[in-house]
Design a protein around this ligand. Sequence first.
Ligand code: ARG
Length: 291
Amino acid sequence: MISALTLHSMTAVATSAVRLPTVRHYLMCPPRYFAVDYAINPWMDPSRPVDRDRAMAQWAELRDTYRRFGHTVDEIEPQPDLPDMVFAANSGTVVDGRVLGARFRAPQRAAEAEHFRRWFVEHGYRDVTMPTMVNEAEGDFAWTGRLLLAGTGFRTDPAAHAEAQEVLGVPVVSLQLTDPRYYHLDTALFVLAEETESAAAQVAYYPDAFSPGSRRVLRRLFPDAVLGDAADAECLGLNGVSDGRNVVLPKEATGLAERLADRGFEPVLVDVSELRKAGGGPKCCTMELRK
Ligand code: ARG
C-alpha cells in the first residue's frame, strides 16, 4: 500500500528537477560578544535576556552544517563592544572576487565595517571598495547569478544601489521594503539557485514585505518563485541559505520547508532562537565569498 506521505514524495520527485548543489565559501563571525543592548530593529528588546552560550552553540551548529555539506567557512575574529558582528552578511557584498564593503546606518554597528575591510585586505582581496552611501551589504543585496537584487526602505540608501552597480559592474534591481519587521532584503527574500546557462534563477520571498510595484517586479522576474507566508516570515524563514540543493532554514519554518521539498530542494532545519532575538537568522550570519 502506498501511504499519503509516500505518494506526496513520489509526486515531488516526479514534478521537480534534480537539484545540484555547488560548493560555497562563507565568512562567519562567532557570537562571542553577542548581546541585545540596544534596539535598532523591532525584534530587539534589551530587557529580554539572551543566552550567549546558547547563541554560540547555535552558531557553531550552523557553521558545522555548512562544513558537513562540503562548504568552506572562514571565521573573522569577533570584537568586544560589537554585539551584532555575528551578522557577517551585513559587512560585504562579494561578486567575482570584487568586494563592496559596508557603511552601517546605526552608529552602534559602524565600526564593524572596518574590521571586515581589514579582513578582506589581509586575505588577498585586491579589489576592495568602501561605500560612500549607507550600505548594509548582503543584508540588502542578493545575487541571482546575473542580477543583484537590492533592498531599501529601512537601512541601505537607494543611492547605494547605483553605487553597487558601478563598483561591482553588475545590473542592480531596486526593491522597496515596507514592513519594519522585514527591515533588510534578506529577511524577506533569498536565492535558492543561481541562474545558469540552462536554468533561470530560483528565489523564495514574502510578497507582503514589498511595495506593490516591487511585488510586480518580482513576479515578472521570478514567475515561479516559492512564496513565503506570514508564518514563514515571522520566524525569519525567508532568511535562508541555499547551495542550490540544501536549504538551511530556521527550524520553525516548516511550511516553507515543505514547499521547498515539493520543488526538489532539501530543507535543513537549524535552531537560531537566540540569534533571532537580535533580528537575525541563518543568512544574516553568513557572508558569501564569490570568486
Ligand atoms: N541586530 C542587527 C541589525 O539590526 C541584525 C542584523 C541581521 N542581519 C541581516 N542580514 N538581516 O542590524
